[in-house]
Design a protein around this ligand. Structure first.
Ligand SMILES: [Zn+2]
Ligand SMILES: [Zn+2]
Length: 109
């Protein structure tokens, strides 16, 4: 059921994830950083995002990543932030590849 990353690549511009279902996701570093779901970036009980994307350096990079409990990835960002845990389902949601961007309701069809 749950898709898992087969390969993760960190580049100066993007994070690339190759999933075990063959899907290839890519996310611009700044975008992925701005979606950080940790408690200091999002107020958990209101889901309000407190992180201001304008405060993220334009040249932000993921320096390293780590698998968390077989359901998520965490990234070490070049701004020193590393507390975000990105569940695989969230990463699939955030995918910015052409196919995903063109299907507004990814649950359909
Ligand atoms: Zn965060
Ligand atoms: Zn996609």
């Amino acid at each position: 059921m749950a898709t898992k990353p087969e390969r993760v690549e960190l580049t100066p511009l993007e994070v690339l994830i190759r999933w075990d279902n063959g899907h290839a996701s890519h996310y611009s570093n700044k975008y992925l950083r701005s979606q950080c779901p940790c408690a200091s970036c999002v107020v958990e009980w209101t889901k309000r995002r407190v992180l201001d994307p304008a405060t993220i350096p334009a040249d932000i990079q993921a320096l390293d990543y780590m698998e968390v409990g077989r359901y998520a990835l965490s990234f070490l960002w070049s701004d020193g932030h590393d507390s975000g845990i990105y569940p695989y389902v969230l990463l699939e949601d955030l995918c910015q590849c052409q196919a995903c961007l063109q299907s507004p309701a990814s649950g359909k069809g």
